[in-house]
Design a protein around this ligand. Sequence first.
Ligand code: HEM
Length: 452
Amino acid sequence: MSFANWYNRTLNKIWGFVEDRTSMRRWALRAQPEFSFKPSYWTGGFVVNAFLYQVVSGMLLLLYYQPSTGTTLTACGQAVGTQSAAPAAWCSTYYIVHSVPMGSLLLTSHLYGAYAMIFLMFVHFFRGYYLGVYKAPREFSWMIGTLLLITTLGMGFTGYLLPYTQISYNATNVGLVLALRLPTFGPLLGPLILADGTSQGLLSRFFDAHVLLLPLALGALLYAHIALFESHGIAPPATSDPLQRRRYTEKDSKGHVPFMPHIFWYITKWGLLYVGVLLGIAALWPWTLPTYVGNLAAVQSVSEPDWYFLWLFKFVDFAGVTPVIAVGATTVLIVYVLFLPFLDRSKRTHPRDRPVFIWLATSLLGFFIVMTVWGGETPGVQITPPLVAMTIGPIFAVNAVVTALFHWRYARSYRRRLAARTPTFPGVYAAPDAPPGSGTPLATTEARPHDG
Ligand code: HEM
């Protein structure tokens, strides 16, 4: 028997044993269609992988981290060669980087892991936006996803302060000025975030939020998000057909790929690859700890947040944009994303059929990328109105032209295809009465007055 055969048989035996003793199939998620075996269908699963790595690495960091602003004259203060004493929060971080075995790798991978989780979450978000997965019956999945997005960014915001470096302290203060100007929520959040007004109070609240409150909220939201995913099934490919069925019933599960072990291992395989790449990058480019809060040499340092908030910092640099305006615009953006499923009411999910929403998404994506790079290059530098118009205006204008051209081009070819009655997605979520394997109703229905 070849090694591969022996290996597979052994794995099957072990798996059979585990399944027999646990009835795992019954508490696993439902089976999914074959077409979902592509990474793009599991972007949310990749975010879960990244989150799990954050939980494990975060718990290891907790073994050493001290959430205290009390100064200490321990070895770390002497090691950095200063006369002044460093806060314990910074010192314990210094200790993790320099004295804990593999501490630098652990801390760096936790930091880069946070970046990766946020990046993957945006990929998941934009994929859902472009392919219209927020449409009925997935409106609540989308809304809970928006809350997950805010909570994840909150994790990043609170975690940034914990090493207690001067640069993170400055940026947190700017962020707080903005957050406390939120309409209605700002005044309510004030006492909750600022505690007794001391720096220790602030650090304690950030620590509590980062290691307990926000992870609990994220866990609860994630549970609801996945429960909804389980009840609707995976969203089918985007389509121009308003009649294509978008809910996936238990009956459809028969003949599909079971979650345990196939889909579970599929996502786990990607998860292991993720951890390998993350550790490799963290080992090659370890993070260097900036100087601590209160170090005289650092007083002149600029305030610079992590990359995912740079766009907002740059926005405040625009002439005439006050913190109230910046916070107001962010609130409008959040409300837009939250209620998107109720704004985009058409039943078609294909991007070619939603030019206005696609234009807005692509323009906002361009806006965020430009603002992030700009914020990183020239933090705190004032921007005049003509420069704003020259830089931001073309993003929206060029996108409008490109989206209009694509809409016009593909709407025409779609009409041609409809006339020729060619099937587009055979075998996927056929209409309830369609014969098996006949695929999307595009293939089987007459052109309707609203088509094209
Ligand atoms: C911490 C952040 C998030 C996590 C861990 C997460 C996790 C997941 C998972 C595991 C799924 C199942 C399908 C898949 O793996 O892609 C899913 C689906 C979904 N997510 Fe998320 N998600 C997050 C954020 C978001 C955000 C920000 C949105 C949008 C605002 C969103 C909207 C959706 C929707 C609509 C579905 C159903 C899509 C489908 O059936 O293909 N999620 N999410």
